[in-house]
Design a protein around this ligand. Structure first.
Ligand SMILES: Cc1cc2nc3c(=O)[nH]c(=O)nc-3n(C[C@H](O)[C@H](O)[C@H](O)COP(=O)(O)O)c2cc1C
Length: 174
């Protein structure tokens, strides 16, 4: 695997330096998110860019697993807009693709990032909606904490031949 492969080298980064993420980098992350595939090309998403430390502090308390965002210079909240979808029930799939695209772009441009899950946990959704003022038809989906990495993680190969099926599922395979 080439060391620079942005997909195979992606890891969750949860520690960041104080260095600022500049506007061009934020724009690159948003472009990558909006470049994701979506059902019927509906693009039923919104992105909230949060740098304000007090808002990040509140977001960090949304769940036991969002603490990272307290110290990440930027948080990008990915939201699904139910009023923009005709393909019923696909917005969360589209938002997943957008979230992953942001993670990959971050890795490609030398930043670190981690996906913090909001949807489908109702309590987290309500808390994030309250913090951001998102309207009822907009569902907070994920938060991507982004910054310059203060930890280094090496790529892991997770290729698992047991999960691969050629042509058909064989009886011997679980
Ligand atoms: C749907 C989803 C929700 C996640 N939520 C969190 C989270 O709330 N907090 C966190 O620190 N990491 C979260 N992660 C990151 C995973 O823990 C991480 O991807 C996994 O442990 C594999 O490690 P890697 O990303 O370094 O390969 C989430 C990932 C996904 C896909």
């Amino acid at each position: 695997m080439p060391r620079t492969d942005p997909i195979l080298s992606r890891r969750s980064i949860r520690r960041f330096t104080h260095e600022k993420v500049d506007e061009a980098q934020v724009r690159a992350l948003l472009s990558a998110g909006m470049c994701a595939p979506s059902a019927d090309d509906e693009r039923p998403w919104h992105f909230v860019v949060v740098t304000d430390p007090s808002i990040r502090l509140t977001l960090s308390q949304v769940s036991a697993y969002t603490y990272v965002v307290k110290d990440s210079p930027v948080a990008i909240l990915v939201c699904g807009d139910e009023s923009l979808q005709k393909q019923h029930g696909c917005w969360m799939l589209d938002c997943s693709a957008a979230t992953e695209n942001i993670l990959l772009e971050a890795n490609l441009i030398g930043l670190g990032a981690v996906w913090l899950g909001i949807y489908p946990v109702e309590g987290r959704i309500q808390k994030v909606r309250l913090v951001t003022g998102a309207p009822q038809h907009v569902v907070p989906f994920s938060i991507v904490a982004v910054g310059h990495p203060a930890e280094r993680k090496y790529p892991i190969s997770r290729y698992d031949e047991c999960r691969v099926h050629y042509e058909q599922w064989k009886k011997s395979q679980g």
